[in-house]
Design a protein around this ligand. Structure first.
Ligand SMILES: [Zn+2]
Length: 272
C-alpha cells in the first residue's frame, strides 16, 4: 500500500532531541501551539464551543489545539475566556495547505455498499462514538506529551490520505497504521483511562483511552481486548492485541489521536 518507512535507527537518533511534544504543524490534521502568556490561573480556551487543552504554569500558558482534517486553509482562531467579565479574547493562527495523496484500496464489498441493517448499525455506532469523543476530563495530562509508539513495527505515513474504497470516495484516513502481526500486544503510549471498548462495523475491535483534557487515543481492528472500561493504564502497559477486524486489507494497528474532538497526526506525538 505504498508505506513510507522510517529506518529503525531514526527513533534512537531522535531520542536526544528536546521537545516540545506534540510538535506544532499548522495544517489540516496538525496541531497549533498557541502562546497565551502569563496568568495566575489556567486560561479557559475554546475552539468554537469545544474546550481546548491548555498546558504550562502561571509564567507561561500554551493552548494545544487540534486542527481538523476538514479545516479550511487560512486564518483560524480560538477564544480565551476572560476572568473579570470582559469579552473573550480571540487568538488567531494560520492553517497552511497540505496536499494529502489519494489511496485506493479494495475491501469486502459489503463494507463499502452497506445493507440497510449495516447502515443502521453504523449510524448507532457513530452516535455512540461521538459521545465518547466528547470526553474532556481532569486531571490534565502532564506537560510532556511525548508518546511511546503503541506497538513496535513499521509506521505508515498514511495519515490524512484521501481514501477510495472499491472505486468510491470515502472519509480521509484519520490515524496512523502500524504493521504488526495479529496478536501483538498494544501498550498505552501515555497514562490513560479506558473509556470505551467495542466491536464496530468499520473499526472492528476498538478501545478508546482518555489521557485528560480532551486528549484521547483510539486503537482499532483489534483481535483481543485485555482491559475494561474504567481501568487506569500506565505508560507501556499492554491492554489489547493487534488484529484484522472491521474494514481492513490485513492485520495492523490503526492508531488515532484526538485533541478537541479533532483527529490529528499521531506522528506529531512521537520522537521521530
Ligand atoms: Zn488505519
Amino acid at each position: 500500500m505504498g508505506l513510507a518507512l522510517l529506518p529503525a535507527s531514526a527513533a534512537l537518533a531522535q531520542d536526544a532531541t528536546p521537545g516540545p511534544w506534540p510538535q506544532a504543524l499548522q495544517v489540516p490534521g496538525g496541531v497549533a501551539r498557541l502562546a497565551l502568556g502569563p496568568a495566575p490561573e489556567r486560561p479557559v480556551v475554546h475552539a468554537g464551543d469545544i474546550p481546548v487543552l491548555v498546558l504550562g504554569d502561571a509564567s507561561a500558558w500554551t493552548a494545544i489545539v487540534g486542527i481538523p482534517l476538514a479545516a479550511p486553509v487560512g486564518q483560524a482562531h480560538v477564544s480565551v475566556q476572560a476572568t473579570d467579565g470582559a469579552p473573550a479574547r480571540r487568538i488567531a493562527y494560520q492553517v497552511a495547505a497540505k496536499k494529502y495523496r489519494e489511496q485506493r484500496l479494495n475491501v469486502a464489498p459489503r463494507t463499502v455498499d452497506l445493507s440497510p441493517e449495516d447502515q443502521a448499525r453504523y449510524e448507532r455506532e457513530r452516535d455512540h462514538q461521538q459521545r465518547v469523543m466528547a470526553t474532556f476530563s481532569t486531571p490534565l495530562p502532564a506537560d510532556a506529551l511525548r508518546m511511546r509508539q503503541p506497538v513496535p513495527g513499521r509506521r505508515s505515513s498514511s495519515f490524512g490520505l484521501r481514501r477510495v474504497f472499491n472505486g468510491q470516495a470515502r472519509n480521509p484516513h484519520s490515524g496512523m497504521d502500524i504493521a504488526a502481526a495479529t496478536g501483538t500486544p498494544v501498550v498505552a503510549p501515555l497514562p490513560g483511562r479506558v473509556i470505551d471498548v467495542g466491536d464496530y462495523f468499520f473499526n472492528g475491535g476498538t478501545v478508546w483511552l482518555d489521557h485528560g483534557g480532551g486528549l484521547l487515543s483510539m486503537y482499532c481492528h483489534l483481535s483481543g481486548v485485555d482491559c475494561a472500561v474504567g481501568e487506569q493504564l500506565a505508560t507501556g502497559q499492554a491492554f489489547c492485541r493487534v488484529g484484522a477486524t472491521g474494514r481492513v486489507t490485513g492485520p495492523h494497528l490503526h492508531w488515532g489521536v484526538m485533541l478537541n474532538r479533532s483527529m490529528v497526526d499521531p506522528a506529531l506525538f512521537l520522537p521521530a
